[in-house]
Design a protein around this ligand. Structure first.
Ligand code: GAR
Length: 193
């Protein structure tokens, strides 16, 4: 299964997927990292892992449609089947959605629909929520909306700082994203669970 991963920041989810032997053995092929921030740390992670990077910045285009069209031109020859958003901090428009209908997956650090958008972990922490979590879902044109594939809870401990909580959420994210991609690979390989 040929995928492109889209990311804007640190890239820990990208790396968790890219380093998974289980996923590569099950047939995952990461053809490209698409990044919209030229200084993002995820670019260095991709270079270390020898995964090609396409840096594509919205500021270089007149609008979001032409920005996404440039991504499509890059993905098409690579025969990309799925797009995995991993900390890609942009709303995807109809241009990309219509080209990859039901084939774009996103991860978000909250139990959606709660805390969609930016700073989800911080907002759950500041609200003193006892339970927060992670959602993986297919996307639509909304902000962190679309059919949910999997959700997992993360319990806030009394001793948690925001940073501890964030670390545990990231650990949960890495496990969950690997599992969801593995399930997808198995489904596409005809393995019924
Ligand atoms: C992750 O927590 C991901 O869920 C979040 O960005 C972080 C990226 O971390 N995504 C969103 O908030 C999407 N709305 P990473 O760069 O270390 O993978």
């Amino acid at each position: 299964m040929r995928v492109a991963i889209f990311a804007s920041g640190s890239g820990s989810n990208f790396e968790a997927i890219a380093r998974s032997k289980e996923l590569s053995e099950a047939g995952l092929e990461i053809e490209l990292l698409v990044c919209d921030q030229k200084d993002a740390q995820v670019i260095k992670r991709a270079q270390k892992l020898k995964i090609p990077v396409f840096i594509n910045q919205l500021t270089d285009f007149p609008d979001r449609g032409t920005y996404e069209q440039a991504i499509i031109e890059k993905l098409k020859p690579l025969k990309i089947e799925y797009i995995l958003l991993a900390g890609y901090m942009r709303v995807v428009t109809e241009v990309l959605l219509s080209e990859y209908t039901n084939r774009i997956i996103n991860i978000h650090p909250s139990l959606l629909p709660k805390y969609s958008g930016l700073d989800a972990i911080k907002r759950a922490y500041e609200a003193n929520d006892e339970v927060t979590g992670v959602t993986i879902h297919y996307i639509d044109e909304g902000v962190d909306t679309g059919p949910i594939i999997k959700q997992s809870k993360v319990i806030r401990l009394k001793s948690d700082t925001e940073s501890n909580l964030e670390d545990r959420i990231h650990q949960t994210e890495h496990q969950m994203y690997r599992q969801v991609v593995l399930d997808l690979l198995n489904k596409n390989n005809g393995v019924v669970e």
